[in-house]
Design a protein around this ligand. Structure first.
Ligand code: ADP
Length: 366
């Protein structure tokens, strides 16, 4: 291949890279910037002699370039930087890698520095969520564990001696032991979600199941709680809405968490919980509704967050980890759906799921 053609091809590959790519000369003039650099920093290829200080918006980026020139080594740094997205400036987590490029005879004095700028925001956010999760989970486990250890110590040291006190201590330990078990169980579900890679295509490919059977099985499992609460549970799923594309394991989690919440959060007489699924032109619309205490408006935006529980005072009596709804949301989104909550405390609380039809390219496989 002739070298002009090769150069043209290489240039067009570099132009369209997802990463920003820049070549800076010793004079700190920008010699080349690709399309991403134009988009993020407003670099204009038609204006010759632009200085890097006028193109890159942050002094830490410029210092990285200077360091690569000075020490003649590759320098990699990550910063939170404001870049252009359309008309707006948005904060993104950028990783900048500056490598000296030497075309003359003195490697210790490079002629150019080549910059690759990668947008690592998503990776950074996922890492942050993971770190927060481990920190929160340890914190949530520490409380029941220290309560159990405290009681055990008192029992071993003979501080608790009569039968009635011993029984009370054992019941408290049992309650907190159950709480630890629930947290660990929910964490295992989350980790299972993460390890299988909950992608929409993975979950939808080749699977159909009957949502009515799934809901009925969940309600059967919750029967002891339904009886304890003297609740009335109704299921309304017409024939044409029964078939769903997806993974039943995850829908089991979705319905179990939603229906269990509707029951366990509520102590009122005549508690009613209704589960309905309808099929529309867009897909399925599912709803779990109850007429219990509800969720105050100010809490609604947070209920899907991990470890979020609305009323801690209610929470001491009601079993829960604050992980249930985050599991539900993740499972629904992995199927391409969305979940909403609306609540008028004391009157009606509804969790609604909009599930689109499976993508056309998968239809034949289902
Ligand atoms: P938990 O394991 O505590 O149930 P979830 O993530 O499932 O955690 O729910 C978060 C919080 O949202 C619950 O602690 C509860 O305060 C509130 N909540 C969820 N569903 C309902 C409901 N149907 N009625 C009232 N409060 C609810």
């Amino acid at each position: 291949m002739n070298s002009d053609v090769l150069n043209g091809l290489l240039r067009s590959i570099v132009q369209d890279l997802d990463d920003g790519c820049l070549i800076v000369a010793h004079s700190m003039e920008v010699q080349f910037g690709n399309n991403r650099v134009a988009e993020w920093f407003g670099w204009d290829s038609k204006t010759p002699g632009q200085k890097v200080i006028d193109v890159l918006p942050d002094h830490r980026l410029i210092e990285t370039v200077q360091l690569a020139f000075k020490d003649s080594v590759r320098v990699e740094r990550s910063f939170l930087v404001g870049i252009k997205k359309g008309e707006k400036i948005v904060e993104r987590y950028l990783t900048i890698s500056a490598s000296p490029v030497e075309v003359g005879a003195f490697p210790e004095d490079p002629d150019f520095v080549q910059l690759i700028i990668r947008d690592d925001t998503e990776h950074h956010e996922t890492e942050q969520i993971r770190k927060d999760f481990v920190a929160n989970a340890s914190h949530e486990l520490r409380t029941p564990l220290s309560i159990i250890n405290g009681y055990l110590e008192n029992l071993v040291d003979g501080v608790i001696h009569d039968d009635a006190m011993t029984k009370r201590a054992l019941i408290t330990m049992q309650k907190h032991g159950e709480r630890i078990a629930r947290i660990v169980e929910d964490m295992l579900t989350i980790s299972k979600f993460e390890s299988v890679g909950l992608s929409e295509t993975n979950l939808l490919r080749g699977r159909r199941f009957d949502v009515a059977t799934c809901v009925r099985d969940v309600v059967d499992r919750l029967n002891p709680l339904i009886e304890q609460k003297s609740a009335r549970v109704t299921i309304d799923i017409p024939e044409e809405a029964r078939e769903i594309a997806g993974d039943r394991f995850y829908w089991d989690q979705v319905f179990f968490n939603l229906i269990e919440n509707a029951l366990k959060e509520n102590d009122r007489d005549q508690l009613e919980v209704s589960i309905s699924v309808v099929k529309t032109d867009e897909g399925h619309r599912m709803e779990v509704r109850d007429n219990g205490v509800g969720i105050p408006k100010s809490h609604l935006p947070f209920v899907f967050k991990r470890f979020y529980r609305v009323a801690k005072h209610r929470g001491s009596e009601v079993k829960g980890t604050g992980l249930g709804l985050s599991i539900v949301k993740r499972a629904v989104e992995a199927h391409g759906g969305k979940i909403f909550v609306d609540s008028t405390p004391g009157i009606s609380t509804a969790f609604t799921i909009q599930l689109p039809l499976p993508p056309v390219y998968l239809e034949g496989e289902l």
